[in-house]
Design a protein around this ligand. Structure first.
Ligand SMILES: NS(=O)(=O)c1c(F)c(F)c(S(=O)(=O)CCO)c(N[C@H]2CCCc3ccccc32)c1F
Ligand SMILES: [Zn+2]
Length: 263
């Protein structure tokens, strides 16, 4: 079984044994609270190039046993970072039906219901995400905090396929759509810090951009996310629900998180 379980005997406390970086520096996620935030006027709005993928294209959505991830088009990239970063995949983190507090980043100690990550790699310096993922300037991840509100038709373009990726290694094709629809209002307002992958191997290789404003999805959409998927394969006699796949917040010593907005 992949070491990546979050709870129980193989949970995140055991990760450093096999993945030393998980016990190292610059670990993510973290809590955003007032006394580590510093306004930075140089933090300009990101530009999302090629995010509007035509419906004639398709994204592959798959269950990899610890998250549900969707491979993105290599024509998608972000500008206005130190380098150009090309999209690789997006995936989610969530809680469970009794405790909808599955975000990875927290704000003033509070979890949001879930969190979407859009993973990009530095395509100016590295040929692909595998070459980039253990380099300090290798990855840039956009994080969108999710909370309960009205039904969200854009998120439904992904969520409607969850019944076809219930079990590990299942996959389904999703018609292309404008991935920018998944971003919140005011994407120019964000938290920025240097951190890590939040799953093993926890490489300190991620430039994090966490948008200030959450996106709303409905209670029913959130319940679907919390109850649709399993970590196990379809024929496994002991099915394991895919829930609570978020890492706990990490210590953040003597460091600052830069914000593009004035509180
Ligand atoms: N929260 S997080 O740090 O953004 C984060 C995850 F939480 C996470 F689960 C994964 S996963 O693949 O293991 C399953 C879902 O993608 C990734 N993938 C990264 C790092 C591992 C290898 C790899 C290879 C190609 C593309 C992306 C990645 C991840 F970046
Ligand atoms: Zn993630």
């Amino acid at each position: 079984v992949s070491l990546l379980t979050y709870a129980g005997p193989d949970g995140e406390k055991t990760w450093p044994k096999k993945y030393p970086f998980c016990g190292g520096v610059f670990q993510s996620p973290i809590d955003f609270h007032r006394d580590i935030l510093q306004y930075d006027s140089n933090l300009s709005p990101l530009e999302f190039i090629g995010y509007n993928v035509p419906s004639t294209n398709q994204f592959t959505l798959t269950n990899n046993g610890h998250s549900v991830k969707m491979y993105l088009s290599p024509t998608m990239h972000i500008r206005n970072l130190p380098f150009e970063y090309t999209a690789s995949q997006l995936h989610l983190h969530w809680g469970n039906r009794n405790k909808s507090e599955g975000s990875e980043h927290t704000v003033s100690g509070k979890h949001f219901a879930a969190e979407l990550h859009i993973v990009h790699y530095n395509s100016e310096k590295y040929p692909d995400v595998t070459a980039a993922m253990d380099k300090a300037d290798g990855l840039a991840v956009l994080a969108i905090l999710l909370e309960i509100g009205p039904f969200n038709p854009s998120y439904e373009k992904i969520f409607r396929h969850f019944q076809n990726v219930k079990y590990k290694d299942q996959m389904v094709q999703v018609p292309g759509f404008n991935i920018q629809e998944l971003l919140p209002d005011r994407p120019d307002e964000y938290y920025r810090y240097e951190g890590s992958l939040t799953t093993p191997p926890c490489y300190p290789s991620v430039l994090w951009t966490v948008f200030r404003h959450p996106v709303k999805i409905s209670q029913e959409q959130l319940l679907a996310l919390e109850t649709a998927m399993y970590c196990t394969e379809s024929d496994d006699p002991e099915p394991l629900e895919m829930v609570d796949n978020f890492r706990n917040v990490q210590e953040f010593h003597e460091r600052l998180v830069f914000i593009s907005f004035r509180e």
